[in-house]
Design a binder for this molecule. Sequence first.
Ligand SMILES: Nc1ncnc2c1ncn2[C@@H]1O[C@H](COP(=O)(O)OP(=O)(O)OP(=O)(O)O)[C@@H](O)[C@H]1O
Length: 199
Amino acid sequence: MKPRAVVVSGPSGSGKSTLINQLFKEYPTVFAFSVSHTTRAPRPGEQSGREYHFVSRNQMEKMIANSEFLETTEFSSNLYGTSKKAVEHVAQTGRICVLDVDKQGVKSIRNSDLGALFIYISPPSYEILEKRLRDRKTDTESAIEKRLKESKESMEFSKQPGVYDHIILNDKLDVAYNDLKNVLRKDIESALKQQNKSS
Ligand SMILES: Nc1ncnc2c1ncn2[C@@H]1O[C@H](COP(=O)(O)OP(=O)(O)OP(=O)(O)O)[C@@H](O)[C@H]1O
């Protein structure tokens, strides 16, 4: 059986990357990201098919019209999207595809026929989220304010019933990580078992 994909969402600064990185580190053969499509130009050193599938806007619009994407988004005048094929490709390698998307992405993937598991990473409070974003020192003040505004919307959205299968409270990191592993335990075990069979 092919592993199901896992959608991880939550406000900026809630700890998605931190928790996903830990999963990748502990289970390097189990999890993988899919390769997204983008209309932005490749940066030096980036290879099509590795960092992204680099395509023209015209090509991407045709693919969108063809319903080839699970979700798309526009950022800084460039389109980005996760194709159904890219996620399927990860599943074919026997790995669990991790999709880190915002609430629009969650809505869109929920409406698709991808039978994914939906996980929300929740900060302990809005105030702590703000502190983490500031302490991270990766954003300008206006970027932080934009992230915080979107975070409020994301936190409201997470309360809607039927959207997320699991909500992980990221207060103490080690507790949150254990909760995440528990939620994924069966999926991890089954991927490992399948990999052992085919090796
Ligand atoms: N449980 C925790 N306790 C304290 N700090 C944490 C915890 N989890 C994450 N952090 C810190 O909070 C900051 C935000 O975490 P991270 O970058 O993983 O968030 P994110 O959800 O991936 O954000 P973005 O969507 O902007 O990429 C980081 O500096 C991280 O080290």
